[in-house]
Design a protein around this ligand. Structure first.
Ligand SMILES: Nc1ncnc2c1ncn2[C@@H]1O[C@H](COP(=O)(O)OP(=O)(O)OP(=O)(O)O)[C@@H](O)[C@H]1O
Length: 263
């Protein structure tokens, strides 16, 4: 699978939902180097999902820019794909048909589509279910199908919006490990939006905390830990505690520097 990562540069990103409403976030600057897994954590309502939707090209920013390897994002693309909390599969199709659906819109031969789909299904370890109807799969397996459907597009950047929060703790944990391992093996970037500090420590190379109203990035922490990461490991627990302290500090934050400067 020919996947590679990308250099992400977000500059002065400002968003408001309506011209006369307040800003969701104000002059956000954020960079992420090729191959990084970046977590954005923050309380509900600080603008994390909105930011992710703009990166995905699903929403427009009011000001500022997002560039991948210097090229502006100006709409959806197979190079940057988003996974949501719900897998959004076609219920009448098999696993294989769901995974390949995006490729049927391109000019690939049947043989190329088949081989890319088979490889994506292998990556998420669903080979034994390739011909099953997705309705016969568990929630975790369905989320694996959604992951394979994203990977088959060979993205440079995988955007995850609370992708595992509807799953039980055991399934969530195995998907967190697997998605990170696949990203590291293939080299693509991840931006993960989450409320869950454990998820950020298990999955990310770096975590940024978003807070305030309007929101902004108020803190960042390198998650410099060896793989595979185990929740019980003292190093993991130490970083988790550090991130939790910053998160709680950020909860009291309501005047972002950028907004103050702008005002
Ligand atoms: N379609 C919309 N129209 C108007 N305002 C919206 C819309 N979607 C979100 N908002 C508002 O924008 C702000 C940021 O919402 P957003 O969903 O980006 O936050 P979030 O940090 O991702 O929250 P959560 O963690 O609960 O998903 C909130 O105040 C929300 O009410």
């Amino acid at each position: 699978m020919a996947i590679r990562g990308t250099n992400i540069k977000i500059e002065g990103l400002t968003h408001r939902y309506r011209s006369r409403s307040g800003v969701t976030f104000n002059r956000v600057d954020l960079e992420s180097p090729q191959g990084e897994a970046l977590a954005i954590i923050g309380r509900s309502g600080c603008g994390k999902s909105t930011l992710l939707h703009i990166v995905a090209g699903l929403l427009k920013a009011s000001e500022g820019s997002i560039k991948l390897d210097g090229n502006p994002i100006d709409g959806p693309s197979p190079k940057w794909v988003m996974m949501f909390q719900a897998p959004h599969l076609f219920p009448w199709m098999t696993v294989k048909q769901n995974v390949g659906v995006g490729l049927t819109f391109g000019n690939w031969s049947r043989a190329t589509i088949d081989s890319r789909v088979d490889e994506a299904i292998r990556l998420v370890e669903l080979q034994d279910f390739a011909q099953s109807n997705v309705q016969d799969l568990s929630g975790g397996q369905q989320q694996r199908v959604a992951l394979a459907r994203s990977l088959v597009m060979e993205p440079e950047l995988l955007l995850l919006d609370e992708p595992f929060s509807a799953l039980d703790a055991f399934t969530r944990s195995s998907l967190q490990h697997d998605v990170r391992a696949i990203a590291k093996r293939l080299g693509f970037n991840i931006i993960l939006v989450t409320h869950d500090i454990d998820e950020a420590v298990i999955m990310a190379d770096r975590a940024v905390i978003m807070a305030g109203s309007p929101g902004n990035i108020v803190h960042e922490l390198d998650v410099d830990l060896p793989d595979p990461r185990d929740r019980g490991d003292p190093q993991v627990q130490k970083l988790r505690a550090e991130l939790m302290d910053s998160f709680q500090e950020a909860a009291n934050y309501n005047k972002p520097k950028a907004a103050a400067l702008a005002g």
